[in-house]
Ligand binder design. Structure first.
Ligand SMILES: [Zn+2]
Length: 392
């Protein structure tokens, strides 16, 4: 045997391999060209909790105490959070004071008309009374006096959620899972204060660990003006500690009024995403839901993300024609959208950036600049956010 045939075989192999490599390159190129903009509904994700946090917590305050206005609400506002306040109509709450809280984003709900042993019969009337006195919100949630569940059908006809006290008292979990309570007429809450709990942090940590939702039920505060809310007073310092912990663990816990979390869960579980159009530089989709009850519009924004499969460096996200906040992080495009709020368009805005960065700012008037997915306005040599605040 000579070496000649062997050499020929080696040459054949080398040629075949080179051809295969070339074919592979061509296929990769074709795949890259035709598939970069392909996106399906499955590529979109709705966060379990706002901001893709691990868990949720709601702080509720019963009986309309004067210190809720003077001490509690300002404490929440200082830490960037909002709470829920349940009023008893016949106890003459400070309507004007609670209206200012609603105007700052807090929730006011019903705690009945007369604080009877069981509020059956006052479900609709107490809601109407609150809506006559407190404007700029609907009265959407109720807290039952003395922890007694009233007529559940009447609750369902008037409210998106009804709060009980400790779940364990009624054979229910104290901390809820990601889908909320077993029944929306029985949202459990830990009673806090001298005859309740004060370890808010541990409960919030537990909620985050299990991906769930914890609700706190507080009355008055130790040493403050509590009016009729004198049951189981809570130390304000323990609430401050809780809010500080939440700030330091912002990626873990979402703090919001009970109403907002209830809306979020219902919307998230009913939401449907449909991709309506894709081009090389934009994706259009819809976010819709049908929720059977007509208690409210269910238009709380849902936190969403979509894979940045085209690796766009700069994006603009619009809903119903208006630019909404967005950011690119870890291969995803993040934004918040309102269900049934119009089409969502995610667009490659890299070209905008290139075009706009060459503009001499001193020559501009009301020019748009999109940077890292945020819209800025350039005017008279200054840069403003979409909300009109100057960026320095
Ligand atoms: Zn009460």
């Amino acid at each position: 045997m000579t070496a000649k045939p062997q050499n020929t075989n080696i040459m054949k192999n080398v040629v075949n391999r080179a051809l295969a490599a070339k074919k592979k390159t061509i296929f990769t190129l074709i795949a890259a060209l035709c598939c970069t903009t392909f996106i399906s509904a499955q590529d979109f994700e709705i966060a379990t909790w706002e901001g893709f946090r691990k868990g949720a917590a709601s702080f509720t305050f019963d009986d309309g105490a004067p210190c809720h206005i003077s001490d509690v609400a300002p404490t929440f506002e200082q830490h960037g959070y909002r709470a829920t306040f349940y009023l008893v109509n016949n106890w003459n709450p400070d309507w004007e004071g609670f209206q200012t809280l609603v105007d700052k984003g807090h929730e006011v709900g019903s705690h009945s008309d007369s604080h009877p042993q069981n509020m059956t019969g006052e479900e609709a009337s107490s809601k109407a009374h609150i809506e006559a006195h407190i404007l700029n919100q609907q009265c959407l949630t109720v807290a039952y006096p003395n922890c007694n569940v009233p007529n559940e059908e009447a609750v369902r006809q008037n409210y998106i959620a009804g709060r009980i006290c400790n779940g364990s008292q009624q054979g229910l979990p104290d901390i809820m899972g990601k889908d909320g309570p077993t029944s929306w007429t029985k949202v459990p809450a830990f009673i806090t204060g001298s005859i309740g709990i004060s370890n808010f942090k541990d409960k919030m940590q537990s909620a985050a660990n299990m991906g769930g939702w914890v609700v706190f039920l507080t009355h008055g505060l130790q040493g403050k003006n509590n009016g009729n809310a004198n049951y189981s007073p809570t130390e304000l310092s323990s609430i401050i500690d809780a809010l500080k912990w939440a700030q330091q663990n912002d990626e873990k816990i979402w703090i919001a009024p009970l109403r907002d979390v209830a809306m979020y869960i219902k919307e998230r579980n009913a939401a449907k995403i449909q991709v309506k159009a894709t081009t090389a530089s934009s994706w259009t989709c819809s976010l819709t839901h049908t929720i059977a009850d007509n208690i409210c519009n269910y238009n709380y924004p849902l936190s969403m993300r979509v894979k940045n499969s085209s690796n766009w460096a700069v994006v603009e996200v619009k809903q119903n024609g208006k630019v909404i906040d967005s950011k690119i992080n870890d291969g995803y495009i993040y934004f918040s959208a309102i269900p049934n709020g119009g089409d969502i368009v995610v667009r490659d805005a890299s070209a905008d950036k290139l075009e706009q960065t060459t503009i001499d700012q001193s020559q501009t008037s009301n020019r748009k600049l999109i940077l890292d997915g945020h819209l800025y306005i350039l005017r008279d040599g200054k840069t403003y956010t979409a909300q009109g605040q100057e960026v320095r």
